[in-house]
Write a protein that binds this ligand. Structure first.
Ligand code: SF4
Length: 244
């Protein structure tokens, strides 16, 4: 935070230049674990992961980013820790099968987003909230929050979708006009996270709705969510992280 304040005083610019320029300020992203060949220790390392996000085969570790909850157990206190990738353009395509650029020219300048807390612990929702602050200022990109599904183009869901929220979420989705896109943000929304298959929820948004864009992270940093919105609007290509 202090680095951002110093940058603002030095340059007079408080808002990030992303997506026009890459954001290199310290602290804007925690990174993601990166798969690697680590030999005989691979099985033991995979077992340390509390959400089975790590898989091993022939001494090679791969990471299922939909399950990673950023616990750092694969990075700390180990003789061969996994290296972490930097950056924040993590958003990938979901399984909806809808075209990547569903909106086209009429939506180039203005996209309205309905945010739904589907059992979120507060972490992902807090990162979404940051998009409205002066540093991320998503309004400059034509992204606006709307409280009503009738005005919404994008449904942004956080949380594992608790059983109490399933009916409401389905009704909200059905009330949105077409074309529409669904963005699931955070490990819980993608896979259920640590709550997957519990007494209170299923396994994320994809178990109920067709998801267009998936944003890994627990929670994902604001720039990763912003990348997801840009992917949903057809203004940025999706990342291809699966299995790396
Ligand atoms: S940081 Fe992610 S991949 Fe590593 S152990 Fe934790 S949940 Fe598993």
């Amino acid at each position: 935070m202090s680095q951002w304040v110093i940058k603002g005083i030095r340059t007079g610019i408080k808002t990030t230049g992303y997506p026009g320029t890459e954001e290199l300020a310290p602290g804007v992203t925690p990174g993601l674990p990166r798969g690697a060949s680590i030999g005989a220790d691979a099985a033991a390392l995979a077992q340390r992961c509390p959400t089975q996000a790590l898989r091993h085969e022939d001494g090679k570790i791969s990471v299922d980013y939909r399950r990673c909850v950023h616990c750092y157990r694969c990075a700390r206190g180990l003789p061969h820790p996994l290296q972490w990738r930097t950056g924040y353009e993590w958003a990938g395509t979901g399984a909806s099968g809808r075209p990547e650029n569903a909106f086209g020219e009429p939506f180039r300048r203005s996209v309205h987003i309905l945010v739904v807390d589907a059992g979120d612990c507060g972490a992902c929702l807090n990162e979404v909230k940051q998009l409205n602050n002066p540093y991320y200022n998503m309004h400059r990109l034509g992204f606006f929050i709307t409280p009503t599904p009738r005005h919404a183009d994008v449904l942004l869901v956080v949380g594992p979708v608790t059983d109490q929220m399933r009916f409401a979420l389905k009704k909200i989705y059905e009330a949105m006009p077409a074309p529409k896109r669904v963005v699931a943000a955070g490990a819980c929304a993608l896979s259920g996270g640590v709550f997957a298959g519990s007494f209170a929820c299923a396994e994320g948004v994809g178990s109920l709705l067709p998801v267009d864009v998936e944003v890994p992270g627990n929670p994902p940093p604001p720039l990763a969510i912003l990348h997801g919105l840009l992917v949903a609007a057809g203004r940025k290509p999706p990342a291809a992280l699966a299995g790396h």
